[in-house]
Design a protein around this ligand. Structure first.
Ligand code: GLP
Length: 250
């Protein structure tokens, strides 16, 4: 694992955007795994700037997102489809028919999950690069702490801490407005990605970053499995990346 620890959120966002941009420059039909949440917003802003400056062409890029709230359709402002459209897809020249997000409107969880796994196998196979954030309990996508590493897309009941985090950031603090379930890509597909960038910014991520990357690999800290992937870059700011992590991976 490589660690890129920048001083500020903006610098960390620019560094993550550079890595994604490099993937697109090297391979114009790159397949990108994308994440939502507060953390990658700055990275997407930087990618839009690079597109506007003429440096990046998204016209042949394919993307698939990690997760979606069960019950929300893409026109709902808190849906992850809406997030991706408004932070990236509507602002660059990507062909939206090649941007995939789990369908939160499918009521039957088995069907929603098997449909997404089929789509990932058919349209992606394996990402060239996967962007991740990390939840304060160590979740990646919406793969919450559990007794085993979940390999396939699944319907997850969110931990109360995740509901609270997301209520604060995206639902105006309204706990009742946060859906309790979500569809999430499995850890198996995430690990299949050729390269993984995990972003962590802000003091609130410091403890979990240390647990995930200096502690044991355990499904109780889902992000810890990334220690076993051959090509991971942790990109963050000084507040989120403890010295112990920098030391271990230097
Ligand atoms: C959310 C998303 C994750 C994200 C994480 C952290 O619940 N499902 O993909 O990485 O939690 O979010 P944030 O970046 O807002 O802290």
């Amino acid at each position: 694992m490589q660690v890129i620890a920048k001083k500020t959120y903006d610098e960390a966002s620019a560094a993550a955007a550079d890595l994604l941009a490099a993937a697109i420059l090297m391979k114009r039909d790159a397949k990108l795994g994308l994440a939502t949440g507060a953390t990658p917003v700055g990275c997407y802003k930087e990618l839009v700037k690079k597109y506007e400056s003429g440096m990046l062409d998204f016209s042949r890029v394919t993307t698939a997102n990690l997760d979606e709230y069960r019950g929300l359709d893409g026109s709902h402002e808190q849906s992850y489809r809406y997030f991706m459209d408004s932070h990236l897809f509507n602002l660059v020249n990507i062909d939206k028919s090649r941007t995939y997000v789990p369908d939160g409107t499918i009521e039957d969880p088995d069907k929603a999950c098997s449909d997404y796994d089929k789509l990932l196998d058919e349209k992606i196979g394996a990402f060239d690069i996967q962007l991740l954030g990390i939840g304060s309990d160590g979740h990646i996508g919406f793969n919450e702490p559990c007794d085993y590493f979940n390999l396939k897309t699944q319907c997850i009941t969110l931990e109360e801490s995740t509901v609270k985090d997301n209520a604060r950031l995206f639902f105006g603090g309204d706990l009742d407005a946060v859906p309790r379930q979500a569809y999430t890509m499995g850890i198996g597909f995430i690990m299949r990605s050729k390269k993984i960038i995990i972003m962590a910014t802000g003091e609130s991520k410091r403890d979990i970053v240390e647990k995930a990357f200096c502690g044991p690999v355990t499904p109780q800290v889902p992000a810890s499995i990334l220690q076993l992937h051959p090509d991971v870059v942790l990109v963050g700011d000084a507040a989120a990346i403890p010295d112990a992590v920098v030391e271990k991976y230097k």
